[in-house]
Design a protein around this ligand. Structure first.
Ligand code: KIV
Ligand code: ZN
Length: 503
């Protein structure tokens, strides 16, 4: 019988730690609900002690999201562990995840602790966590660069103190698959208490050398039974092992791994889009599994092969990750009912108010564009659903630009219903529009990045603009989609500014 591999998602903790991916509580809850649909075994909802906002988000998720275990990270300190417990205790399946570094460099340079002190603290803090919660995970941080003999000692001590999961992190993405696989096998061999007490062995790999998924899979092959990962592989520096790659590798190569997960793979694509939309971290087109080109067959010879027998070039079925046929039968004559049904089929259940607004946008688009594709509908939903209370609304944008013209933009916004106009020149049309918006909104910030993508193929495609702006340490994301890329740019910038103002 295939071995079950538990999937521990840390998108909302390690993923959210990556520069510029910060999410507000509502967005975290939205992602958490989607992770529950994806059927992850455990989700790390945050780092409760990090800030009041983090605490609020972890406890809200623990209260609202049913199905997976809800976990909070905590340093090996009483106040962290207590905060983690106070936040996760509302879940019917709570977990505390505490960690302490065990590598020579981390113990000396970061913790300034002798190994004996690390050993004692790890055991004491696990015992404290266990006095609060039946489910305790311990991570020896930077295990990949720790002395194996010391690692075994620490792992034995924390099992004795009550840890139920041992998570082995390659914190800096330093190891290679062969090494990391051997490390996991050696831990299982030298810590016999793991088998005796039925302790879960977990792995947590970072992607600094691009090996996070390969290392995680090597660990699975060598006996690990939980993999920690994030959607789209987001996370500290080069990110974490990507959930979709780990899961689809285990599913597609069941013959090799003889393992399976409980992930509902049909929710993968939608989860990836949601995380990308809310964090503003775009997915590269050639990204395995969820990239725009992952199932595209451009070369004629490939197309011919796929048409005759899909398996010639396709090792997975697009439907397995929830990619349905992109062309939709909806057209400009489709009614509200058909529209709502289609959204439901795609997994979106909108409130009456959001549905009304989304339907209006769909009608406007269908008037201009012959074929409305699934991605068009996703962009409409993203524009409608993931917006905060809008103080400023775009009424009109008009530009003069072209060869031998200094770009000039006139923008009219409604500020709580009152119209305000500004005209500005800029280095390019987008610069001019953003300067005019700045003159009205007066919320100083810096533009961190601006990206534009054609949502579908064809010259009549909608352009989707994503901007990230920064004020202090906070990043705010905005999206805008339109067939006119200047309008899309203005909407995206305004959406980000509205978020900044709402915060
Ligand atoms: O990378 C790491 O070591 C971590 C631990 C806290 C598990 O994220
Ligand atoms: Zn990590």
């Amino acid at each position: 019988m295939p071995r079950k591999i538990k999937i521990f998602d840390t998108t909302l903790r390690d993923g959210e730690q990556c520069p510029g991916a910060s999410l507000n509580t509502e967005e975290k809850i939205e992602i958490a609900r989607q992770l529950a649909r994806l059927n992850v075994d455990t989700m790390e909802a945050g780092f409760a002690i990090a800030s009041p906002g983090d605490f609020e988000a972890v406890s809200a998720i623990a209260k609202l999201v049913k199905g997976p275990r809800i976990c909070s990270l905590a340093r090996a300190k009483k106040e962290d562990i207590q905060a983690a417990w106070d936040a996760v205790k509302h879940s019917d399946k709570p977990r505390i995840h505490t960690f302490l570094a065990t590598s020579p460099i981390h113990m000396e340079a970061k913790l300034r602790m002798k190994p004996e002190k690390v050993l004692k603290t790890a055991a004491e803090m696990v015992a404290f966590a266990r006095s609060l919660c039946d489910d305790v995970e311990f991570s020896p941080e930077d295990a990949g660069r720790s002395e194996p003999e010391f690692l075994y000692k620490v792992l034995k001590a924390v099992i004795e103190a009550g840890a139920t999961t041992l998570n082995i992190p390659d914190t800096v993405g330093y190891t290679t698959p062969d090494e990391f696989g051997k490390l996991i096998a050696s831990i299982i061999k030298h810590v016999p208490e793991i088998k005796k007490k039925n302790i879960t062995v977990s792995v947590h790999c970072h992607n600094d050398l691009g090996l996070a998924v390969a290392n995680s899979l090597a660990a699975v092959k060598n006996g690990a039974d939980q993999v920690e990962c994030t959607i789209n592989g987001i996370g500290e520096r080069a990110g974490n092992a990507s959930l979709e790659e780990v899961v689809m590798a285990i599913k597609t190569r069941k013959d090799f791994f003889d393992c399976e997960t409980d992930i509902n793979t049909k929710e993968i694509y939608r989860t990836s889009r949601l995380v990308s939309n809310l964090t503003g971290m775009l997915v590269q087109p050639n990204k395995a599994i969820v990239g725009a080109n992952a199932f595209a067959h451009e070369a004629g010879i490939h197309q011919a092969g796929v048409l005759r027998a899909r398996e010639t070039y396709e090792i997975m079925h697009p439907a397995d990750i929830g990619l349905t046929k992109s062309k939709l039968v909806l057209g400009k004559h489709s009614g509200r009912h058909a529209f709502a049904d289609k959204l439901k089929e795609m997994g979106y259940e909108l409130s009456e108010e959001h549905l009304e607004k989304a339907f209006k946008k769909f009608k406007d688009l269908a008037d201009k564009k012959k074929e409305i594709e699934q991605r068009d509908l996703e962009a409409i939903v993203a524009d409608e659903v993931y917006v905060v209370e809008e103080r400023f609304v775009l009424e009109e944008v008009h530009i003069d630009s072209g060869t031998n013209v200094t770009p000039r933009a006139k923008v009219r916004l409604l500020d709580n219903g009152k119209a305000i106009e500004a005209t500005k020149e800029g280095a390019g049309p987008v610069d001019a529009v953003y300067k005019a918006i700045d003159a009205i909104v007066k919320a100083p910030s810096s533009l961190v990045d601006y990206t534009i993508q054609a949502i579908t193929g064809g010259t009549d495609a909608q352009g989707e603009v994503t901007v990230r702006i920064k004020k202090g340490d906070c990043i705010y994301v905005g999206h805008g989609a339109s067939m006119d890329i200047i309008v899309a740019s203005a909407r995206a910038y305004l959406a980000a500014l509205n978020r900044l103002l709402a915060a």
